[in-house]
Design a protein around this ligand. Structure first.
Ligand SMILES: *Cc1c(COP(=O)(O)O)cnc(C)c1O
Length: 381
């Protein structure tokens, strides 16, 4: 299953996506409000939504998927156009002028302003209350919830949530945000206490396994896509980026490669140029830092990554023009067996490792893959 003769493509393993989502629901101990914003972190929202078992047409959602989280109404509209009938929550605040469109798409808005809540009340449709407990990004401040007490009894929220700022690195901050959240919920009384409460992003699910009573829902994103999570959780790599060698040439010692001449050959060097660059989401930060699997070897990216092409040192590697090189994920031909001469830890260029090589966040790396690469899906049921 290649991308035909495509010079570069993104392969998305929907089986891995499906297994990751199920595993996160098991770990969280509750159904998921699965975050598919940013076109499912670059993987393709509609395909991901189907793969994890969100409702499409008359097909109901599977029991571990309560609904989907998006960041804009355009994202929601694209899902609806594809036939998605699942519950959709927009977690980014909408301007009052967008609430009509939100209702028309049957999307649950995140609200926190008394006037917006009153406006939305006329629709009688479900909504979620967004409470800020320290992220200081969006939502009503946890200690100012009294301002909403009059607005809520008329149309209680279906759900109420907060978002952690440092769940992956600071357990104490999670405990503090939890205390603030619980205080806010208690201050709002019955209409909100009975709502579906949700707080956990992927990192919170990963770091608090078994330590807390589960909330009603959990809101993972990155973990579904197999990145930024502890290896002991056994989440799977979901994305694989392949590109073909479109030019293969020898560079003499002393010659430089690519813009700004940041790489200068110390010996005669065989350079493979692949058809992948930062316009495909192969970020410029990977210049001189990225790794690629060519033939059966791990080879360094040399010189600047350019918009459409990237150069790799393949000196001594058996490869030819047209060959496929793995730039992210697992080599194509060898299936699950590690190619012989690659150290085991390197046989998969996993998202976290590639991101770290470029000093990037795995979120940014994944989100960028939506830019230009054609996607090939496998692992569908
Ligand atoms: C993006 C986002 C999430 C998911 O976060 P991950 O770190 O990807 O698990 C959850 N909730 C909100 C409000 C978000 O914006």
């Amino acid at each position: 299953m290649h991308g035909g003769d495509a010079p570069a493509w993104l392969e998305v393993d929907l089986g891995a996506v499906r297994r990751n989502a199920r595993r996160l629901a098991d770990l969280a101990g509750c159904p998921l409000l699965a975050m598919v914003k940013g076109d499912a972190y670059g993987l393709g929202a509609a395909r991901v939504a189907r793969a994890i078992g969100a409702a499409f047409g008359a097909q109901r959602s599977t029991s571990h998927v309560w609904g989907l989280g998006v960041a804009s109404l355009d994202e929601a509209a694209a899902l609806r156009d594809d036939g998605c009938t699942a519950r959709i929550v927009c977690t980014t605040p909408l301007l009052p002028s967008a609430l009509g469109d939100c209702a028309a798409l049957s999307v649950r808005p995140s609200l926190h302003d008394a006037r917006d809540i009153a406006t939305w009340g006329a629709t009688g449709a479900p909504w979620h209350l967004s409470i800020d407990t320290g992220m200081n990004r969006a939502g009503i401040a946890w200690d100012r919830c009294a301002a909403l007490r009059d607005a809520l009894p008329h149309l209680p929220p279906e759900g109420a949530y907060t978002h952690y700022h440092s769940a992956g690195r600071d357990p104490e901050s999670v405990a503090r945000q939890d205390r603030r959240f619980d205080t806010a919920i208690a201050s709002l009384g019955a209409p909100v206490e009975q709502a579906l409460l949700h707080t956990d992003n992927s990192a919170a699910i990963g770091t608090h396994v078994g330590h807390r009573t589960p909330r009603a829902l959990a809101r993972p994103g990155i973990g579904i896509y197999g990145a930024a999570m502890d290896a002991t959780l056994h989440l799977e790599q979901t994305v694989h980026v392949y590109s073909r060698i479109i030019d293969l040439h020898t560079v003499a010692a002393g010659e430089s490669v690519s813009y700004d001449a940041t790489f200068v050959a110390e010996r005669d060097t065989t350079v493979a140029t692949v058809a992948l660059g930062y316009a495909d989401g192969y970020r410029r930060a990977l210049s001189g830092n990225g790794l690629a699997i060519a033939g059966d070897r791990v080879c360094p990216v040399i010189g600047r990554v350019t918009m459409d092409m990237t150069m790799i040192d393949v000196t001594g590697v058996a490869c030819a023009r047209g060959d496929v090189v793995t730039m992210l994920g697992r080599p194509l031909a060898s299936g699950d067996a590690p190619p012989k001469s690659i150290p085991r830890s390197r046989t998969v260029l996993d998202t976290d490792a590639v991101a770290a090589a470029g000093g990037l966040s795995p979120y940014e790396l994944l989100a960028g893959l939506a830019l230009r690469l054609p996607r090939v899906y496998r692992g569908e049921e």
